[in-house]
Design a protein around this ligand. Structure first.
Ligand code: GLA
Length: 385
């Protein structure tokens, strides 16, 4: 077992005899932001940073889930699971509730969780938490869940216990990713294709703004509702329209007068982003990274100006990157209002860019920027103990 910093729970940690260890990764998304819950296309993959779970079964009904990262313990009866006041606990309890909703029986267990994913950085530590727990319990209690069940359990836990009406992208990427590849996921059919993540001399660099504006959760659900309202209006006349995926720009424009201006603007972003993802995928397959990068910049522009989920810190970094020919594309990543930008940058220019961006960012916001590479990696998996 790794050395875990434990303050109040050192006895628990010292007596822990894990029989199962799981790595559950964070994810990046190259392009296709805020389109998953609109049944569009996304291009995510897991990265080589994880939450690590260790499990042991216990006698009886009491479960102890210890977060080594926060030195805090959640204790509950497996047969009396209900929502908590604490957000992180709801990720755990929500997953168990969803497993039980599927008629599966989970017994008593203990778990230690160590996170190596910076929270609030847009690399989806929440999906990693949900999916790693579901994956581990599936193994520990031989529940017979498929990988797609685990994905859906994670997503539904977030809807029900956490209260974010998220799409399926994060959980899908966390569980289904394949080393060295990105996933082109069709969020309508829930079918995917693996595409080799071959960027030649370019690297995927994440720059963490280290801000997480608390607008994120409420604004997220508002965006989901705004898109839903557009679908409802158009579907009233077109019964083949079930989501924005079924709406062309032309059809949307014919409803411009009937829609709230903001809702129209949101929907036009979503439809355009879907078109960008398709162009980006074609470009990636053709090894045309210049076009791919242009799509990334287009995505950021839409997220900043039409979908309005960016923030000054992210916009600053994306604008800063435009002075560098060695950067083909840059955009905010994930839900927005903070977190990381994702950058496609030539390997020879990385040090110079990171140094200059960090200095300029510190001068402007008085915040330290952190940067790291994202290596396309395997999804949630068992680790040999
Ligand atoms: C969050 C959600 C995802 C997705 C992204 C934005 O990460 O969990 O489902 O909607 O935001 O693309």
């Amino acid at each position: 077992m790794t050395a875990i910093k434990s303050g109040n729970y050192s006895d628990f940690v010292a007596n822990f005899k894990p029989t199962l260890k799981i790595n559950s990764p964070g994810r990046i998304n190259l392009i296709g932001e805020h389109v998953d819950y609109n049944n569009g296309f996304v291009l995510p993959t897991a990265i080589d940073k994880h939450i690590v779970f260790q499990f042991q079964k216990t006698e009886g009904e009491i479960c102890n889930v210890y977060s080594a990262t926060f030195d805090t313990m959640l204790t509950f009866n497996i047969n009396e699971v209900s929502p908590s006041e604490k957000e992180w606990e709801n990720y755990v309890l929500g997953v168990i509730n969803q497993i039980q909703e599927r008629g599966k029986v989970v017994g008593g267990f203990d778990c230690i969780i160590e996170s190596y994913l910076p929270m609030g950085s847009g690399i989806s530590s929440s999906a990693a938490l949900e999916c790693g727990l579901a994956y581990g319990l599936n193994e520990l209690f031989d529940l017979g869940l498929e990988k797609l069940d685990i994905v859906k359990i994670g997503q539904k836990a977030e809807h029900t216990y956490v209260g974010t009406q998220c799409g399926i992208m994060d959980q899908y990427a966390s569980v289904m990713s394949k080393d060295g590849h990105v996933i082109q996921l069709d969020c309508q059919s829930i079918e995917h294709q693996y595409i080799p993540a071959d960027f030649g001399e370019y690297k995927v660099l994440l720059m963490n703004t280290n801000v997480s504006h608390n607008l994120a959760d409420s604004a997220y659900n508002t965006r989901v509702a705004e898109c839903g309202s557009v679908v409802k209006t158009i579907a009233a006349d077109h019964n083949n329209v079930a989501s924005l995926r079924d709406v062309s720009l032309e059809l949307l424009n014919s409803y411009k007068e009937k829609l709230e201006a903001v809702a129209y603007q949101r929907a036009s972003y979503v439809i355009e982003e879907n078109i960008r993802v398709e162009k980006a995928v074609a470009a990636l397959k053709a090894n045309d990274l210049v076009t791919f990068g242009e799509m990334m910049y287009g995505s950021h522009d839409g997220l900043q100006n039409k979908y309005e989920v960016s923030c000054d810190e992210l916009d600053f970094l994306v604008a800063f990157s435009k002075d560098y020919d060695s950067i083909l594309g840059s955009r905010m990543m994930g839900g927005g209002f903070g977190g990381c930008t994702i950058n496609l940058i030539h390997q020879d220019a990385i040090d110079e860019f990171v140094e200059a961006a960090s200095k300029a960012y510190k001068e402007k916001f008085n915040i330290d920027l952190t940067s790291f590479f994202a290596k396309p990696s395997e999804g949630t998996a068992i680790v040999t103990i």
